[in-house]
Design a protein around this ligand. Sequence first.
Ligand code: DAH
Length: 325
Amino acid sequence: MLKEIESLKERIKNYSLKTPADLEVFKREITGKNGIINEFFERFKQIPSEEKKIIGGALNQLKQLANEMFYLAQEQIENSRNKLDFDFTLPSKEIMAGSQHPISQVMEEVISIFERIGFVVKDGPEMEDDWHNFSALNFPDDHPARDMQDTFFVNKNEKIVLRTHTSSIQIRTLENELPPLRFIAPGRVYRCDSDATHSPVFHQIECMVIDKNVSFADLKDVLYYFVKAFFGENLQVRFRPSYFPFTEPSAEMDIGWNVDGKFKWMEILGCGMVDPNVLKNCNIDPEKYSGYAFGVGVERLAMLRYKIRDIRLFYENDVRFLKQF
Ligand code: DAH
C-alpha cells in the first residue's frame, strides 16, 4: 500500500489548480467525501495492525498535502479574482441614504404640534373587534360602514375588522383611564376604497379631550391652533355641519387649495362633541363630563402641504417621488 500512496502523491502534485472548476474536480476526486483519500482510509482499516503505524503516517501526510494544496490554491484564486473585478480607479457608487417617508414626517409634525399643548399619545390594535370599532361608538347595527363593501372583515368573522378609523382608540382609552383626558392617537386605518384621493390603507390621527365643561368653542380653538401651526397663517378654512354616530353636534373641516388653477376645498377632518352614549358605553358619567374629538386624515394633510394630487404616489416607493421630501 505504501507504493500506492507514493504514486498517488505524485498524481496529486501534478494537479493543476488554477480555476474554481479545477478546485471542484480536485475535491471530487481527491479530498472530498467520495475522493480517493477517503477510499484509502477505508482500506487502511483492513490492514494488519503491525503495518498500521507506517501506513497511517504516510496516509496522514498525504491528506495534509492535498488539503494544503487545495486551500492555498483557493486563496490564490480568491485574491486574483478580487484584483480583476475591482477597479480602484472607478468613481464610487452613489450611496442612497434614504429618508423619512412624507407620511411619517407629517405624522411626527402633527404629534409635536399637539404635544406642545399638553396632549399625550395613545395607541390601539389595527385588528379591532366590532365593539371598539363600531358599537361602543354608537353605530347602529344597520350603519353602512358595517358593510362588506366598506370594511375589511377578517376571516369572514363579522366581529373582527381591520379598524376603519382611529376612533376605536377613543374607546380603548376611555375604558382604561379616568378623565380628565387629553390625547391623540395616530395610526393606520383600512377601508375598501381606492381612487386618486382614497386608499385602502391610510393614516389618521385621532384627538380627544374629556373633562368637565368642555365646549364646542374649545374644539374650534384647538382646531384653529392646529391648522395654523401646520399650514401657516394664510389659510382658507371652512366648517361644515356633518354627522357622525359618535358626536353630537358634528362638523367637518375643509382647507382651500388651488389645483390646476382652480380653487377647491379638501376635507381634512371630522369632529364634534362626544355623544353622551359613547361616554356611557365606557362607564363615564355624561352628566359630569363632556368632551370633543376629531379625526384627521394624514395623507390629506400631506397632499395639501406638498400639492400632491394622487394619494397612490405615497405607496409606490418610487425613489423619484420620495427623493423630494
Ligand atoms: N372617524 C371619523 C372618520 O373616520 C372621523 C372622525 C369624525 C373622528 C368625528 C372623530 C370625530 O373623532 O369626532 O371619518
